[in-house]
Design a protein around this ligand. Structure first.
Ligand SMILES: [Zn+2]
Length: 434
């Protein structure tokens, strides 16, 4: 995939963020975050017109003139325009790279964008994406199916056809690698090996899933060494080198992570459980869930005291698409506003989104619309100095995680003053007294 071929796709990854609306031509520029190419649909309808976005506001404001928008655009475009978030303080319009959370173009997000447009929306979902990921690995029988004249035999054993299951499980080299890494695979009852593997990774502990991923990566790495450099090492050396590389990678990452996420002791049982706050304080666990199919997202907060007693919970569903950072930040903002309303003075707000905690604790200015949510969270945090934000592992945030999946109609919220029955078991079992 050449850079030249990619440039047209990448050029569609930019869009405007509306400020005063003066620079953006509403009928043709990319400025609608909810549209796939960020533009009004059916541009031809509006050909020859060049209204700026600012002309759709009431004069002297940045509030949508609803009648005018419906008059000028078809219903679908008008609805999208009216649902577009506009910053309430006047700033200039700005162009952002829309595909990363920090709005700055880099090769990684560029590739990711190209990949999504061309291969699929998510590479790690069970529905299709997982299979696409696997099916894109250039094993020899795939290459042959695509008409590429290569030998079909496994480069490592020269005995069998090189297909996915052979490379990772059936080949003598693969078997020796699993053995060398101390993992015994009983696949006698397994009919769909890839689903089985995904399931195993999902249900394993963090350490175990890293181990599985390392073995797979190591096998593929040494398979490629054989193909491209004709280099081969014994399976135990291959695994030793693979685990060494992962060890170095984790060490480097650990230095970047905040202390609370330091993984070295993260698998101890107590870190997987929720911990009550110190005496006299409250703890609010926050989570969010994005539902791309229905273009909605939910946020939820659970408040408990130092005895682990349930105080209250709130869940709400919002009627628009959101990025994870947006949804999680809105979850935190809802928690903060709720704390202020309740008059609580001291406590901890816990989220399992490291991205969000970093955004809310950092100094970086976010140019995308999410910046507005981030800024408002920061200013509320300053006004309630008795509360601190903290990162927590997903397992210890399970009550909030379950709460956001509580059925809730769009645009509605539920407040609970006693725990809903669906959460009781988690509340009872997911609490550490250490
Ligand atoms: Zn083989």
């Amino acid at each position: 995939m050449g850079l030249w071929q990619a440039k047209d796709v990448l050029a569609t990854g930019y869009r405007w963020v509306v400020g005063d609306g003066k620079k953006i031509i509403a009928t043709k520029d990319p400025w609608l975050s909810r549209k796939r190419d960020f533009k009004v649909e059916n541009h031809w309808r509006y050909e020859g017109r060049s209204e700026t976005v600012s002309s759709l506001f009431y004069p002297g404001t940045n509030i949508w003139d609803v009648d005018k928008v419906y008059e000028l655009f078809n219903v679908d475009d008008a609805n999208t325009i009216l649902a577009t978030f506009v910053l309430q303080h006047l700033v200039e319009d700005r162009i952002v790279w829309a595909m990363s959370n920090d709005e700055i173009y880099n090769v990684k997000t560029g590739y990711h964008f190209w990949h999504n447009r061309n291969i699929g929306d998510s590479i790690c979902t069970r529905s299709g994406g997982w299979n696409k990921l696997w099916n894109n690995l250039p094993v020899r029988n795939h290459l042959r199916h695509r008409g590429i004249p290569v030998t079909i035999l496994c480069p490592l054993c020269n005995v069998d056809v090189e297909h996915l299951l052979h490379v990772f499980f059936d080949c003598t080299f693969a078997k020796e690698c699993w053995h060398a890494a101390g993992v015994s695979l009983d696949m006698s009852q397994v009919f769909f090996a890839l689903d089985w593997l995904l399931n195993k990774i999902e249900t394993s502990s963090y350490v175990e899933s890293i181990k599985l991923a390392t073995i797979l990566w190591g096998i593929w790495f040494w398979r490629n060494k054989k193909v491209w450099e004709d280099r081969i090492v014994p399976a135990n050396t291959a695994m030793e080198l693979a685990f060494n590389t992962i060890h170095k990678w984790r060490k480097a990452r650990k230095q970047e992570e905040p202390a609370s996420t330091n993984r070295s002791n993260a698998d101890s049982l107590s870190n997987r459980k929720w911990r009550p706050p110190p005496q006299g304080m409250l703890k609010v666990n926050v989570d969010a869930s994005v539902f791309p199919r229905s273009e909605t997202f939910s946020v939820g907060n659970v408040v408990r005291d130092h005895n682990g007693m349930f105080i209250a919970a709130k869940v709400m569903s919002l009627p628009r698409p959101a990025t994870i950072l947006e949804a999680e930040s809105i979850g935190v903002r809802e928690a903060l506003s709720w704390i202020m309303q309740r008059g609580d003075e001291q406590g901890i707000i816990e989220s399992d989104s490291l991205l969000t905690i970093r955004a809310l604790q950092g100094k970086k200015k976010y140019l995308l619309e999410v910046g507005h949510v981030v800024d408002s969270c920061k200013s509320i945090i300053q006004s309630i100095p008795g509360f601190v934000l903290s990162y927590v592992r997903k397992q210890a945030n399970k009550v909030a995680h379950d709460l956001v999946r509580y059925p809730c109609s769009v645009n509605c919220s539920h407040v609970f003053t006693s725990p809903p029955s669906q959460l009781l078991e988690t509340i009872m079992n997911n609490c550490s007294n250490e």
